[in-house]
Structures are given as C-alpha cells and as structure tokens.
Design a protein around this ligand. Structure first.
Ligand SMILES: Nc1ncnc2c1ncn2[C@@H]1O[C@H](COP(=O)(O)OP(=O)(O)OP(=O)(O)O)[C@@H](O)[C@H]1O
Length: 258
C-alpha cells in the first residue's frame, strides 16, 4: 500500500464549539481508528453536523483540536470528502463532469471508474436533472470516491431517499467501504442505519459523547434479535426525557428514526 492509501486516523481532542453565547459542543473527545466505520447519532440540534463540519475543516473549533493522521486539521483536507443530504451536483454539468470535479488530477478515466463503482457508468453523459433522487446521490458518492478519500464524512446522505433506495445505498456504501478501507463517519437520524453499518455508534448528548457503543455483529448484518438489542439500547438512551421538555415522547415499535 502506498503512503496515501487506507483509512485515516482521527483524533478529536477536547473540542468545544460555541455560536455566540450558545455552547453546542463541550469537550468532545473521540478517537477513530484507521478504516473504522463510526456512526454519530443524537437528538435534533445536538451538534452532529457541527462536529462533522469541524472534522471536515469547513468550520473551526472554539477550542480543542482535530487531528488527522497526527496533523491538526486546518481547513479542508485533500484526503477528506463529504457527502451531504443534498447532492450538490452542478446542474449545468453532465454527470461525468460533476464526478470529475472530485478527481485531483481531473483524469476522466478515474471519474468513469468511480461512476462504474456506483453502477451508473451508463448515465455518464446524462444531466443530473434526468436522474432519480437516489441516482443523483450515487453520482455525488462517485464524486467523493473519485478523490480517493482516506476519510469519508457522510452527513445524513440518505435522509431524503425512500426506504428501499435507502437500504440499497446503505449496502453500496458498506461494500465500497469494505473494498477501499477508508475511514467513515456517518451522521444519521436513523438508529437502524447506524446499527446496520457502524463498527461503533457514538451518541452526542449535552454537547458531549454520551454513549460509545461497539456493535459486535457480523456483516452483512441481519435484522435479528442481536440487532434489535442494539437498536433498543440506543433508542432508550435517546428517548430519555430532557429536563426542559414539556411533552411526553412516545416510542413505537417502528419509530426508529429520530
Ligand atoms: N452557523 C451557525 N450559527 C449559529 N448557530 C448554529 C450554526 N450552526 C449550527 N448552529 C446551532 O448549533 C446547534 C447544533 O446544530 P447542528 O446542525 O450541528 O445539529 P444537528 O445535531 O446536526 O441537528 P439535526 O439533527 O437537526 O440536523 C443548533 O442549535 C444550531 O442552531
């Protein structure tokens, strides 16, 4: 393996983030191993996307440090790629040219290969506008892969997709991760998705790591009793009523999205 291959090692060291007088993250400590798949869950507004943006170098911590392979992150890193809920494709560029944006050298063959890896080689010369939502997200994934990332940051990338497409995308992401061995950090509202994909699920609570749970299930994961046990452990923690809440929070058997 070349010096630049494999996954990145990430160390989030006592990170605080304030927006004005609002403290969003207060002392986040996290170590993520090379090639690990980590999911981040937490109630809406707990600071998941903020943490991801800090790791991506899109924003700066108020204090603390983000260390990627022993170097402090200072701006967007060449080995890091981010996939958001919105595909962020340029509508005036064909799919292949959107993917080429992600290629460091601009090499068209690399972009074509990446489109092939997400099963869309045949859509290379179409416009993003004529694709389905799931296909657009696959083009965005190809653009991220084309950069040969060592750290892939996923900010709820499947949130807008229908249930079936979502599961297919989860399988695609898992397959590509197993093959390429990059490190993944996935922010998701979907507890089931976190348990299906992650080696470890981190729950953010009151600006801190509230739970750090290793998912010791073989892959590909079956929705069996072991799986359900992990889902319940995480959901039980998420559904604990916060002191400021005036309403009761109802959990139903299939309410695995938060
Ligand atoms: N640029 C900003 N300026 C001011 N406040 C911000 C900014 N970005 C985020 N916040 C605030 O920080 C808090 C955390 O936001 P963030 O988007 O990280 O939460 P989240 O856990 O990803 O939420 P959700 O699950 O709803 O997407 C929120 O209260 C939000 O209003």
């Amino acid at each position: 393996m070349g010096i630049n291959s494999g996954g990145a090692q990430l160390h989030v060291r006592h990170v605080n983030k304030e927006f004005g007088s609002t403290q969003v993250l207060s002392g986040i400590d996290l170590k993520i191993k090379q090639g690990e798949f980590v999911a981040i869950v937490g109630r809406s507004g707990c600071g998941k996307s903020t943490l991801l943006r800090l790791i991506a170098g899109l924003d700066e911590a108020s204090s603390g440090a983000i260390i990627l392979d022993a170097q402090a992150v200072n701006g967007v890193h060449a080995d890091t790629r981010v996939l958001f809920q919105e595909h962020r494709l340029l509508p005036w560029k064909k799919n292949i040219d959107n993917v080429r944006i992600g290629v460091k050298s601009g090499d068209k063959a690399i972009a074509e290969r990446a489109l092939g890896q997400v099963g869309l080689a045949h859509k290379a010369n179409d416009w993003p506008a004529v694709l389905s939502g799931g296909q657009r997200q696959r083009v965005a994934l190809a653009r991220a892969l084309a950069g040969n990332p060592r750290l892939l940051l996923l900010d709820e990338p499947l949130g807008a997709l229908d249930a079936l497409t979502r599961i297919e995308m989860q399988q695609l992401i898992e397959r590509l991760w197993l093959e390429k061995q990059f490190t993944v950090l996935l922010v998701t509202h979907d507890v089931s998705e976190a348990v299906a994909l992650a080696d470890r699920v981190i729950l953010i609570e009151n600006g801190k790591v509230g739970l750090d749970l290793k998912i010791a299930l073989a892959r590909p994961r079956e929705r069996d009793s072991g799986f359900a046990h992990y889902e319940k452990t995480i959901l039980d923690r998420l559904l604990v009523k916060q002191p400021h809440e005036q309403f009761a929070f109802a959990a139903t058997a299939d309410a695995f999205s938060i």
